[in-house]
Design a binder for this molecule. Sequence first.
Ligand code: RNT
Ligand code: ZN
Length: 413
Amino acid sequence: MKSKTRKLFAKYGVDVTKAIRTVMNLPISLHCWQLDDVTGFESKESLSGGIQVTGNYPGKARNFDELTADFDEVLKYIPGKKKINLHAIYGVSKNGYQRDQLTPALFAPWVDYAKKRNIGLDFNPTLFSSPWVKDNLTLSSPDSAVRDYWIRHCKQSREIAEYFGRELDQKSLCNIWIPDGFKDDPVDRFGPRLRLKEALDDIYSVKLNRHYIADSVESKVFGIGVESYTTGSHEFYMNYANSQKIMCLLDMGHFHPTENVADKLSSLLVFQKQLALHVSRPVRWDSDHVLKLNDDLQAIANEIIKHTLQGKEILIGLDYFDASINRVAAMIVGARNMQKALLIAALMPWDQLKAYQDAGDFTRLLALQEELKMLPLNEVWEFYCEKENVPSSIEWLDAVKAYEEKIMKVRGL
Ligand code: RNT
Ligand code: ZN
């Protein structure tokens, strides 16, 4: 990097080396489900639960070997610390398994994989795409057999996460998202939420080692076919998470389209030290488009960096699934954009900007913010990528295209 560039940032009080270090050490959890349209290895159940993947681009991964081969390709082109985010439907077994019979052995191949690549693992119970989802309900079902089935599944899922954490010697996030809700206005809005609270109390009554597992609950405003009510609303989980001292997980697609999700972080972080994110890109609805480096992503990244520098912990997970383009490329584009947004955020002189706000000098605040946009950010990005041994520009795509050609011969889809 040119020393002129460093000086330019220093003029604003920004230390480029420190900025890069901040970003490099923030783990990004890569969601395995982008690579196979949330199918998993169970194969029989089609995707349900109010979420939808659209597109039929050929070549999706069909098993553990294909998915990990894709991940090896993905990992080459993303700078910074990485984790892989798994769902309970990605257990490795020749004969299949029931969701209420999860064992660490099913996920041991993932642990081996992660150990060899020095990356972490996160986990999610899968409370969708299952005949045990009755009338769109799981943990809030009026049927105790249904609730108990999913309570067992969630308890086992937390143990898998703890096992990941212990094996890899780093915290594993266990995030619970349920699809529960109603297509039309329910007459009883209270009962399902009370049942959900009781089910969660049961699940979290098992105390696990917080050194290895972090728990979170993910809210949602609506899903396809459950437009009128979702049991696990934002208000519900905000209170629940606080009462249990676990994390809220905010998914950028789970709010009304005009809500500013980035604005929510500071409100939550007044009361909590940690929170988790599903960084996504909703287009008109929770469509889970590939992340673009747009204002919404930048706003989230700005909040992540500012709070991280203040000692808060924000767990970053990506959550999108596009089946209309090359899935490996989709994963890489989104993850690189997350990294770019974080780097840009880390290169901003937040203390200076805050000082202008506190002094009521909104003229300087606006003027400086707009000047900063023209700083040579790409030069720092190139330097960061070089340091991390990944290409800094589009040449990665040729390699991914060559990989695609190779796998198509085998997958032939
Ligand atoms: C669904 C939630 C949830 C899922 C994944 C597969 O609306 O966002 O996080 O996308 O767990
Ligand atoms: Zn999500």
